[in-house]
Design a protein around this ligand. Structure first.
Ligand code: AMP
Length: 419
């Protein structure tokens, strides 16, 4: 039998209410902050991601689902939304229509990662991107927005980490200092970290290997080598967060994997989801639009992993979803009344009442059992002596009250059901 591809997951009907609920919280919170939804294609030209995210990042160097299509173009299933959003922003000149574009999305993403709990090859993210403003106000807003959504989902065991990567000039100077510090320890680093030494030295801070961490424990920190302006920007972000009563920790070792970050970066972690504890990550990417051939455009965004957030919600039992139910189950007592029962279902469905009935020639008892299983609020019985006397019986499944209606008085039945 053919199975789903490793690292992908079916979302079955039983799980859909959680997804819909989360999506509704995302949508309504984005609305309160005035972010507008954007949807971009599932696949893009490969060059968009290799140029935008950076060749040396894990995503581009080993995780992208890329293939050459029949016309010979290399295309890639999107591994993240920022590059696609910036492409759409530039392609449609959104910056000309509005000084600041506040956008959000909910979308599947694709990365060929080693599958493990909380790490999939097709996963889903929601996120926001604000393009057009340099102001630290919008850096803080991103964190406040992400935090607001996560709070509305009832999650408590969370931690916000923030850092500043400053501007490229101060970062380049710092990289030289960091290189000098690491050089004497180079041979002791893991192979991955040795590779990063030349390609993406800051990411050595991300290594989970004990030995690497031991070496990096005393490493000089970027935050101590930031220029005046970057420091001032970061200070203002922190002040706004303080005023908004958002708790955070400054983590000078938070570097994040992507090349395009400048200034503020942040992560929201949960202690309720095991090893893959990052629920959300984001940061400022003032250089990306230019890197992709557009006008310089200051911007900041975040992306949050839906699977992980739902796992945290499950582990913290934070979601109080209403029970699934239907309004009406039509029980047909005689098989000959199948057509009449179906006709009634059509009439009530046209009145936007949620109706189910039997399609499996089941007995009356089995139909009642099904009505219970579906949590039907009412059952309409059609058949028997009552039907011979031109009556229908409506049973309230909660109170067991039975009301008799004239067969033609469907309006009264409808009133009873919806009130
Ligand atoms: P990133 O785009 O790598 O900054 O990731 C942002 C968020 O997306 C992470 O904090 C995770 O919650 C989620 N995420 C990233 N990669 C995966 C994956 N392979 N499987 C599930 N969730 C992921």
């Amino acid at each position: 039998m053919i199975k789903a591809i490793t690292g992908t997951k079916d979302i079955l009907p039983i799980d859909i209410p959680k997804w819909k609920y989360l999506e509704s919280i995302v949508e309504s919170t984005m609305k309160t902050f005035n972010y507008k939804e954007i949807r971009t294609p599932i696949f893009e030209e490969t060059a968009l991601f290799s140029r935008g995210i950076g060749e040396s990042t894990d995503i581009v160097s080993k995780e992208m689902y890329s293939f050459v299509d029949r016309s010979g173009t290399s295309v890639t299933l999107k591994p993240e939304m920022t590059a696609s959003t910036v492409r759409a922003f530039m392609e449609h000149s959104l910056g000309k229509q509005q000084g600041l574009n506040k956008l959000y999305y909910v979308s599947p993403m694709f990365r060929q990662e080693r599958p493990q709990a909380g790490r999939y090859r097709q996963f889903h993210q929601f996120g926001a991107e604000a393009l057009g403003s340099h102001e630290p106000l919008i850096d803080a807003e991103m964190i406040i927005l992400a935090h607001r959504i996560i709070s509305r989902l009832g999650l408590n065991n969370i931690e916000i980490k923030i850092n500043s990567l400053g501007i490229p000039e101060s970062r380049e100077k710092y990289k030289i200092i960091l290189k000098e510090f690491i050089k004497p320890h180079f041979e002791k680093l893991t192979e991955d970290s040795r590779k990063r030494f030349d390609t993406n030295i800051l990411r050595i801070f991300d290594s989970k290997a004990d030995n690497d961490q031991q070496i990096m424990k005393d490493a000089p920190l970027l935050i101590d080598h930031l220029d005046e302006e970057s420091l001032k920007h970061f200070e203002t972000v922190k002040q706004i967060l303080d005023k908004a009563k958002i708790k955070y920790d400054v983590d000078p070792k938070l570097v994040r994997g992507l090349d395009y970050y400048t200034h503020t970066t942040f992560e929201i972690l949960s202690s309720s989801v095991g090893a893959q504890s990052a629920l959300c990550g984001g940061g400022r990417y003032n250089l990306l639009a230019e890197q992709l051939g557009g006008n310089p455009t200051p911007a900041i965004g975040f992306a949050a992993g839906i699977e992980r957030i739902l796992l945290a919600c499950e582990n913290e039992k934070s979601l109080n979803l209403p029970e699934d139910n239907i309004d009406l189950y039509i029980v047909r007592m005689d098989k000959e009344l199948t057509a009449e029962a179906y006709e009634l279902s059509v009439i009530f469905r046209n009145e936007n009442i949620n109706v189910e009935l039997d399609y499996l020639s089941r007995s009356v008892k089995a139909q009642m059992r099904e009505a219970n299983k579906l949590n039907a609020k009412f059952v309409l019985l059609i058949g028997g002596d009552e039907y011979a006397q031109k009556k229908l019986v409506l049973k309230n499944m909660e109170t067991s009250e039975q009301i008799f209606f004239d067969i033609n008085d469907l309006i009264s039945i409808k009133e009873k059901i919806i009130n």
